[in-house]
Design a protein around this ligand. Structure first.
Ligand code: GAR
Length: 188
C-alpha cells in the first residue's frame, strides 16, 4: 500500500477528501499530516482519524531531522493541500518528482507568493474573469511554477463573492485531487 504525507495549514477539507477516498479504495493511506499551525483544523481531522501528525515551525522546517522523519514514512507522494510556506530546496531534492500541490486558480494566472485561498478568489473576481478553476502541479524551487498535472475549470458569475467561488473551487478540488493522486500512484 502506498504511503502519503499531507502538508496543510488550514481547515483541511482537501486532506479529509483524500483520507476518505483512500480509506475506501485501499491503494494508499495517509501516514502523516504535517502542519505549520498548531490550531489548524487539519490537525483535528488527523487526531480524529488517528493519523500521526507533526507541527513544524520555520526552524524545524529547514532541518535535516525533518527530512529523516519524512523519509521514515517512505512516502510515494508528499501532498500539499492548502500549505502556505514555500518548500525548501533540500526537501524538493530529497523527494524529486514526488511533491504535488493544489492551487485554487488556473496557473500561471493568480499564483505566486501571497496568492492563497480568498486572496486568489478576490483577485479573480476583481479582474472580472469569466472562469477560474484548479491546478494540480509538481512542486519545484519556484512558487506555483512546477509542471502542471491537471487543471479543471468552473464558471465565475457576476454575483460571485470569494465565498461562493471558494465553494465551487472546493468541489472541484475534492473531486480531482484524490483521483489525480491515485493516477500518479498507479503510474509511478
Ligand atoms: C484550497 O482551496 C487550496 O487550493 C488552497 O488552500 C485551500 C485549502 O483548503 N491552496 C492555496 O491557496 C495554495 N496557494 P482546505 O484547508 O479546506 O483544504
Amino acid at each position: 500500500m502506498h504511503s502519503l504525507i499531507i502538508f496543510a495549514s488550514g481547515t483541511g477539507t482537501n486532506a479529509y477528501a483524500i483520507i476518505e477516498y483512500f480509506k475506501k479504495n485501499g491503494k494508499a493511506k495517509v501516514s502523516l499530516v504535517v502542519s505549520n499551525k498548531a490550531n489548524a483544523g487539519v490537525l483535528e481531522i488527523a487526531k480524529r482519524e488517528e493519523i500521526p501528525f507533526l507541527i513544524i515551525d520555520r526552524k524545524t522546517f529547514h532541518e535535516t531531522l525533518l527530512l529523516e522523519q519524512l523519509s521514515s514514512y517512505k512516502p510515494s507522494l508528499i501532498v500539499l493541500a492548502g500549505f502556505l510556506w514555500k518548500i525548501p530546496d533540500a526537501l524538493i531534492h530529497a523527494f524529486p518528482g514526488k511533491i504535488v500541490n493544489i492551487h485554487p486558480a488556473l496557473l500561471p494566472s493568480y499564483g505566486g507568493k501571497g496568492m492563497y485561498g480568498h486572496n486568489v478568489h478576490n483577485a479573480v473576481i476583481t479582474a472580472k474573469e469569466k472562469e477560474s478553476g484548479i491546478t494540480i502541479h509538481y512542486v519545484d524551487e519556484h512558487y506555483d511554477e512546477g509542471d502542471v498535472i491537471v487543471q479543471a475549470r468552473c464558471k465565475v458569475g457576476q454575483n460571485d463573492s470569494a465565498d461562493t467561488l471558494a465553494k465551487r473551487i472546493h468541489k472541484l478540488e475534492h473531486f480531482y485531487f484524490p483521483r489525480t493522486i491515485e493516477f500518479l500512484l498507479d503510474t509511478q
